[in-house]
Design a protein around this ligand. Structure first.
Ligand SMILES: Cc1cc2nc3c(=O)[nH]c(=O)nc-3n(C[C@H](O)[C@H](O)[C@H](O)COP(=O)(O)OP(=O)(O)OC[C@H]3O[C@@H](n4cnc5c(N)ncnc54)[C@H](O)[C@@H]3O)c2cc1C
Length: 448
């Protein structure tokens, strides 16, 4: 509990998509009189590694509510002026691509809440978030959290650069290799830091993603009506897949070929799993695939190679005191088959900010942060854990690693009835895109 005369001190550790979204959501609340907010980021400058990032209607609704829509649209809009923002959404199509003639699995059009994505370059999204960050929220770079202790004065943070800070609520938005998650595991399971370090380690799915951006004009010259120039394409096949979609007003195409090595699934890596450049011959992995796929992968030279990892589900995202909580990948990192990990962290950020806002503005400064954390955990832990599990299940469907599909290797047709079974499964998996986070937000606010 903070003193009535003091502001509630909030420390956000991690300035990635989730941490920045939370800082922006809190910026918009104009609660400076009640809150003292600081962001601590280990990197010496804020850069977004990786390439494209998608927003689905759930995440877009939040960006709109936070007042970011216009700034984001300036990065998205095509030369052609569209009458309605919804029409700027890209449709999504899934195909079986591991044969000479690809077979459609599912098509989502761009109308309605169901399906359709807003694709961006990550750097553009980060720039928009930073533009909307209140100057009253400092972002301390080169601050890597090394330790935190809960004391009578608050949670005392110690950084590797030797500095310290004290807060009432510590939010660990420190990504898949989260230090804060490790400490919460040690506390909740009553195990040593060393043991917790082992348990908190991300597991490798066995999948490498080869992230690469190509020039849309080059693709257009070779293949003028390639569907990835106009929509998001997901090509599926045995132990391999490929995602492609246009970004930067259609000038670039974001590509993510993914290759599964089943023998490595569930193992640990000795490094962070990101190799900025690889010389792997990605095109050769797709030799027997349809023309649309080969037309894309032939451009992939020296991509950045990402081992796709995930974390075991957490039973709780908060400490027993409720003064420490996890947000985003630190709580539920999952493979990107729904392209929604950042979306989940932005949802959590928005909901948490609304809960904090209501708590501080209705309690005259005597804020019970443990109440805020409990409400947040009650709503977000089950939802995000289920979303993470569904994403892993979808990956198995994409790569034909589900019962009854094991035998369909490259160049093998899947019988029609089997294909509609797969299409139904995938369609059910994607239903969340037609939902909104707002009912959960209302539920959370009602709990205060
Ligand atoms: C190939 C691929 C494609 C993807 N595509 C999409 C997509 O289209 N849409 C989507 O929504 N999601 C996508 N994702 C998932 C998305 O990238 C992540 O879910 C998202 O970035 C998580 O955000 P975060 O803020 O939780 O963590 P991060 O973005 O990882 O941020 C964590 C931050 O914490 C900092 N940090 C770490 N440790 C410390 C410490 N001890 N002290 C201080 N700071 C620290 C890090 O430097 C980093 O800046 C994709 C992921 C991959 C791998």
């Amino acid at each position: 509990m903070s003193s009535p005369t003091l502001k509630t001190r909030i420390a956000i550790v991690g300035g990635g998509m989730g941490g920045l979204a939370l800082a922006v959501a809190l910026s918009k609340l104009e609660a400076e009189d009640h809150l003292d907010i600081n962001v601590y980021e280990s990197a010496s400058k804020l850069t977004e590694v990786g390439a494209g990032i998608n927003f689905w209607p759930r995440g877009w609704e939040i960006m709109r509510n936070m007042g970011l829509e216009e700034s984001l649209l300036s990065k998205l809009s095509s030369a052609e002026i569209k009458p309605c923002v919804e029409e700027l959404r890209l449709p999504l199509s899934l195909k079986k691509g591991n044969q000479q003639k690809g077979t459609p699995i599912l098509n989502f059009n761009s109308s309605g809440m169901y399906g359709g994505t807003f694709p961006f370059h990550r750097a553009d999204v980060q720039a928009v978030l930073l533009d909307h960050l209140s100057p009253s929220i400092p972002c301390h770079l080169s601050h890597r959290l090394a330790k935190f202790d809960e004391t009578g004065e608050g949670v005392v943070l110690t950084f590797t650069n030797g500095s310290t800070a004290t807060c009432d609520l510590l939010i660990g938005a420190d990504g898949i290799h989260s230090f804060v998650r490790k400490s919460l595991l040690a506390e909740s399971l009553g195990i040593s830091d060393e043991e917790a370090g082992k348990r908190a380690r991300p597991l490798w799915t066995g999948v490498y993603a080869y992230r690469h951006i190509i020039d849309a004009d080059a693709l257009r010259r070779d293949y003028p009506d390639h569907p990835a120039l106009k929509k998001m394409m997901i090509y599926c096949g045995k132990n391999k897949m490929l995602t492609a979609y246009p970004i930067r007003q259609g000038k670039l195409i974001n590509l993510a070929p993914m290759v599964f090595h089943p023998e490595s699934a569930g193992t640990y890596l000795n490094d962070h799993g990101v190799h900025e450049i690889t010389t792997d011959d990605v095109a050769s992995f797709y030799d027997n695939w349809e023309d649309e796929v080969r037309a894309l992968v032939k451009f992939v030279t020296h991509p950045s190679k990402w081992a796709i990892q995930y974390v075991d589900p957490m039973d709780s995202y908060i400490s027993s005191s409720g003064r420490v909580l996890l947000l985003g990948d630190s709580a539920h990192a999952t493979p990107p088959y729904f392209a929604n990990g950042a979306g989940l962290s932005i949802e959590s950020a928005y909901l948490l900010a609304a809960v904090i806002d209501k708590a501080v503005k209705t309690t005259n400064g005597t804020v019970d942060v443990s109440k805020i954390s409990k409400v947040y955990n009650t709503i977000r832990q089950p939802y995000c854990n289920a979303a993470a599990a569904n994403s892993r299940a979808l990956g198995s469907q994409y790569q034909f690693n589900i019962p009854g599909f094991e035998q369909y290797g490259d160049e093998e047709d899947v019988p029609k009835e089997k294909m509609s079974e797969l299409s139904k499964l995938m369609s059910q998996g994607w239903e969340w895109t037609g939902t909104s986070v707002m009912p959960d937000l209302e539920r959370a606010l009602a709990m205060l």
